[in-house]
Design a protein around this ligand. Structure first.
Ligand code: SF4
Length: 331
């Protein structure tokens, strides 16, 4: 990601309480990923700042994001040539030229195929849509908004200073003068086969992606940003097929991992539905802060991935962050 605006982050904290001199920080990841996943996990991670081992998946994600950001920074001088090659059906030459504008780097976590797939899709977009709106107007851009919100809790109205923040992977101008936001993900994208023998995307995954994108649109609006008129959003999963999956899911349906692009309108009922979801999540987060209560949201599947399970009260843990820290240091 581009250099972070530390002076903006210095104005807010996750350790917020009423009357704190800093604002309450609310980011796309902290709200729509961490808090939505489990408020107790959010408390451990964001408020107690308990460390977690970094994973290969995180490093791969960072490396692919950096490579694609550099690609858009460096591609303008060769854009005409790329377009001509694509028009002449010389896709492999275009791909090599596109890859040549990125710094040479040795990757060991499978980043190469993900970057290549991502660029192949982008070259197809260049051929289909032309050069005019090809380059992003947003390329890993941090957005910050500082607001005060009135919030009712226990019959009392509280004025809460909130710092909304998020880093948007890409935004493109559309031919209609609106904007389209695109998110890059390096995780798996799983489809299952239904009774009619059709491969279907996971409804849960689709809805969680829409919720993330709705946060970005909401953030642009709260920030009164010039690109706030978002008419479309989407996401790319260029490593979607790399997941090692059992042939059948836990309900006995066939499943597979696929590379996937989704692009859809972000207006009308979709926007209303997912804006409301973001607002409900925000209200639940504010309630948790004011009540000083971050409940567990346990399920065997989810908790299996949680580093804090040994101290989690839903699993007979002590709920003591120090115990986790002591054992983390020993490891
Ligand atoms: S183990 Fe489960 S319920 Fe407990 S903090 Fe982690 S995700 Fe939440």
């Amino acid at each position: 990601m581009s250099d972070r605006d530390w002076s903006a982050y210095a104005k807010s904290t996750y350790q917020w309480k009423p009357g704190h001199k800093k604002m309450l920080r609310m980011t796309k990841t902290s709200l729509t990923s961490d808090f939505d996943y489990c408020p107790k996990q959010y408390e451990y991670k964001r408020i107690h700042r308990l460390p977690e081992p970094s994973s290969d998946a995180m490093m791969k994600g960072n490396n692919v994001h950096e490579a694609i950001e550099v690609f858009y920074d460096n591609v303008p001088p060769v854009l005409d040539e790329l377009h001509t090659l694509m028009q002449r059906n010389k896709t492999e030459e275009a791909l090599q030229l596109a890859l040549s504008v990125m710094p040479e780097q040795e990757y060991v976590l499978g980043e190469g195929p993900s970057i290549e797939q991502r660029i192949r899709w982008d070259l197809a977009r260049l051929l289909a849509g032309g050069k005019e709106n090809y380059l992003p107007v947003i390329n890993e851009l941090e957005i910050h908004a500082f607001v005060e919100e009135e919030f009712e809790f226990n019959g009392e109205v509280h004025t809460i200073p909130i710092h909304f923040a998020g880093s948007i992977d890409r935004g493109y101008a559309t031919d209609e003068g609106t904007y389209a936001l695109m998110e890059l993900k390096t995780g798996k994208w799983v489809q299952t086969k239904n009774r009619q023998d059709e491969w279907k995307d996971s409804k849960f995954k689709l809805e969680s992606m829409r919720q993330e994108m709705a946060f970005y649109k909401y953030l642009l609006q709260v920030a009164d940003h010039p690109y706030q008129d978002v008419s479309h959003w989407g996401w790319v999963y260029p490593s979607g097929n790399t997941a090692k999956l059992d042939p059948l899911n836990k309900y006995g349906y066939e499943q597979r991992g696929v590379n996937k692009i989704t692009y859809e309108p972000a207006t009308g009922r979709t926007w209303t539905t997912f804006r409301k979801r973001v607002e409900r999540l925000k209200a639940a987060l504010l309630t948790a802060y004011l009540a000083e209560d971050f409940p567990t949201k346990a399920s065997a599947g989810k908790c299996a991935w949680c580093n804090f399970k040994p101290i989690c009260p839903s699993w007979d843990g002590s709920d003591n962050p120090q115990e986790y820290l002591d054992s983390y240091k020993e490891d």
